[in-house]
Design a protein around this ligand. Structure first.
Ligand SMILES: *Cc1c(COP(=O)(O)O)cnc(C)c1O
Length: 432
């Protein structure tokens, strides 16, 4: 496979961009080799600067759920563009998408738009603290909630991949109010609650996606809702990844729980930088200008981004692709498991709607610790063989694969073929 131009850009890019990237996972540190530099994308395909074509299962880590450059979405963006780029005042689109989002999340009366998932979550934390007048928060090991100081502890994919335990530059003071619990382990939550007063909130990915996909067991998540309610602790559901991925709206409804504060991002911007946090009136009235919790943004609610988000959500609502997502994900799971079995490779597949992760492990993957039993060397071999066979995957064992609505039958056949070849390559290299 020719990656000559990617290599050229990788070298050139390092002069003025840190590691030639603007987000660390794009540097392919955990899989080695030359990171792909992308020229363009259309539909289910993405094309690199050397003109290699791939079926895209990265989808910009989630947002491009309709595939690239959906006609109707593009039309809305172009229309909005002609009215100007940003105004520093509210425009109609913001009101429209706010209603769409609140209608899809039963626990949300009001929403505030920001520019990224990171911003949504850090604002949600401030809101929880302002509303409860308490300081401490509980987060789960392996869950990622963006790169704000307080949450950069035990934070999943990007950090596991780089093997750094937190981040340098985060003052101890900034994380002294962050308590850690284990995913799917309600006792670990109870321990923290029993040992600390003044807990403002528990934050969780209702389906974890940043240690690879890990599902909560129903008892754990129901119990989590129950005890937080009993103790007057807010439950923040970080649905930046899961929102609109398995149903129109949040994972919380499927799990039969309701968040006190919900965080959104990725899909709601349809590829433009949008994040959001929302809650019932009583809580949102704490946010300025209604209340004393300050949070602002020059480009928040940007009209072009809102137009893209509105068109994306409209299309999702109309197409209701969620049954199909499950069927496609099940098929890919079968391809993976059959190819693994044929080649004597231990493999677990976790999936939720249109997100999924195969783990090269013999253990059930239920938390951060079990996720780390995966053989990342096998993943590396698998990854590069998939790339060679025309399937673009996230370059880490601990990132989810994403499905789009535009995957064709032919794409699926090609994914199946690529999986067969790649699993065999894993066996040839790693089975002794
Ligand atoms: C991606 C992600 C974030 C961070 O969003 P950014 O837009 O990258 O800042 C936060 N939480 C979860 C669950 C995510 O998947």
């Amino acid at each position: 496979m020719n990656l000559e131009k990617s290599l050229e850009l990788f070298i050139k890019g390092q002069k003025h961009l840190v590691g030639a990237v603007n987000s660390p996972v794009r540097a392919y540190k955990s899989v080695g080799g030359v990171p792909l530099f992308i020229k363009k994308a259309k539909g289910s395909k993405i094309i690199d600067v050397d003109r290699n074509r791939y079926i895209d299962l990265v989808l910009s880590y989630g947002p491009m759920i309709l595939g690239h450059r959906d006609k109707r979405v593009e039309k809305s963006i172009l229309k909005a563009l002609k009215n100007g780029y940003t105004f520093g005042a509210t425009s109609k689109g913001e009101i429209k998408i706010a209603k769409m989002v609140c209608d899809a999340f039963p626990g949300m009366d009001k929403v505030r738009f920001v520019n990224s998932g990171t911003e949504a979550v850090l604002s949600a934390l401030r809101l929880a603290r302002a509303y409860t007048n308490k300081d401490k928060i509980i987060k789960f090991s392996g869950c990622y909630h963006g790169h704000s100081d307080a949450l950069l502890v035990a934070a999943g994919s990007g950090l596991v991949t780089l093997s750094i335990p937190g981040s340098k530059g985060v003052p101890t003071d900034a994380i002294k109010n962050t308590l850690i619990a284990e995913y799917n382990n309600i006792e670990s939550v109870k321990n923290q609650i029993n040992n600390h007063e003044d807990i403002a909130a528990v934050i969780i990915e209702p389906i974890a996606g940043n240690m690879g996909v890990v599902l909560p067991n129903q008892e754990f998540i129901s119990e989590l809702r129950k005890i937080t309610k009993e103790k007057g602790i807010l439950l923040i559901l970080d649905e930046v990844m899961t929102g609109y991925r398995s149903k129109y709206g949040g994972a919380q409804e499927l799990l039969g729980i309701e968040a006190d504060i919900t965080c959104l991002g990725k899909v709601i911007g349809g590829g433009f930088p949008v994040g959001a946090y929302g809650a019932r009136n009583e809580i949102m009235e704490t946010v300025a200008p209604l209340g004393d919790m300050y949070q602002a943004g020059t480009l928040s609610g940007n009209p072009i981004a809102m137009a893209c988000g509105i068109a994306t959500l409209k299309e999702l609502k109309k197409q209701d692709p969620y049954d199909d997502f499950n069927k496609v994900a099940e098929k890919i799971e079968t391809f993976l498991l059959e190819a693994a079995k044929e080649n004597n490779i231990d493999l677990q597949v976790n999936r939720f709607g249109s997100m999924m992760s195969p783990f090269f492990s013999s253990e059930d993957i239920v938390d951060f610790k079990s996720a780390q039993t995966s053989d990342t060397e096998k993943f590396k071999t698998f990854f590069w063989n998939m790339i060679d066979n025309g399937v673009f995957l996230p370059p880490s064992q601990f990132e989810a694969w994403f499905l789009s609505t535009v995957l064709s039958k032919k794409d699926l056949k090609n994914i199946e073929k690529a999986i067969k070849v790649s699993m065999k390559a894993v066996a040839d290299k790693h089975n002794s």
